[in-house]
Design a protein around this ligand. Structure first.
Ligand code: PGA
Length: 261
């Protein structure tokens, strides 16, 4: 069993979107609503690196909202043009580091080896890794989802023992379900793979999240999938209204105010 259950993680990455003015307005609006809170829910927000400091300053730890970075390098400092270290993103207020998103794996050379190094560096610095894994449409069609993602998870968490630093999160994000051209997954599409990841990681991981075209319409079904401990959202939370709607829905679902299933 993963260690953070029954806390439900609901978070978003803005990817490469948003000015400082946008970030300040979004974070300020979120802070205002966070005062009342979402019981049982752990919100997290992953802005672009340029907005990390401003979002962290607005939100502060007292808001209960975790702020994360979209990426960080495995070395602490040095001649790595264009990169940021875990220490630097921590200095800007991040306590979570997203690692191995499929866009990074596809475009920026984040191989399994690189993902593993970043996980170790994040844990070493006392931050929590959010490791993204996912299979291609071809692997899904060929029935290889479990094999592919458990291999990615094994490699990412190699040598990580339970209780060593903050328990990493794993986000299962099938590549075929992500982004504008993604196909929304049904619970049947993902239940076996989520279950296999949860069994595979056991108490080495805080929670297994699901990501890929999550929206208001499918959130309830996805959160009802056994083993899903939260969601990692892109487009549907790129407006504050969109994110708040998801947080409210998830809180209602947890409180049993909706008929699940
Ligand atoms: P999406 O992105 O919700 O826009 O499909 C998800 C992700 O990449 O994590």
């Amino acid at each position: 069993m993963t260690v953070d259950e029954p806390l439900t993680w609901i978070g978003t990455s803005w990817k490469m979107n948003g000015s400082l003015a946008f970030a300040r307005a979004y974070a300020t609006g979120l802070r205002a609503r966070a005062a009342a809170g979402w019981p049982g829910i752990q919100p997290f927000l992953i802005p672009p690196a340029t907005a990390l400091a401003v979002v962290s300053e607005v939100l502060r730890p007292a808001s209960g909202i975790i702020v994360g970075a979209q990426n960080a390098h495995w070395e602490q400092r040095g001649a790595w043009t264009g990169e940021l270290s875990v220490e630097q993103v921590a200095d800007a207020g991040a306590t979570l580091v997203e690692i191995g998103h499929s866009e990074r794996r596809a475009w920026f050379g984040d191989t399994d080896e690189v993902v593993h190094r970043k996980v170790l560096a994040t844990l070493r610095a006392g931050l929590r890794p959010l490791v993204c894994v996912g299979e291609s449409a071809e692997d899904f069609a060929a029935g290889r989802s479990v094999e592919v993602v458990t291999a990615q998870v094994s490699s990412a968490l190699a040598g990580v023992a339970p209780g060593e630093g903050q328990a990493p999160l794993v986000a299962y994000e099938p590549i075929w379900a992500i982004g504008e051209h993604g196909r929304e997954a049904t619970p049947e599409d993902i239940v076996a793979t989520v279950g296999a990841i949860a069994d595979h990681v056991g108490d080495r991981v805080g929670s297994v999240l699901y990501g890929g075209s999550v929206n208001r319409e499918n959130l309830t079904d996805i959160l009802g999938v056994p083993g899903v401990g939260g969601v990692f959202v892109g487009r549907a939370a790129w407006t504050l209204t969109g994110y708040l709607a998801l947080l409210d829905l998830a809180a209602d679902q947890l409180a049993g105010r909706l008929n699940v299933g």
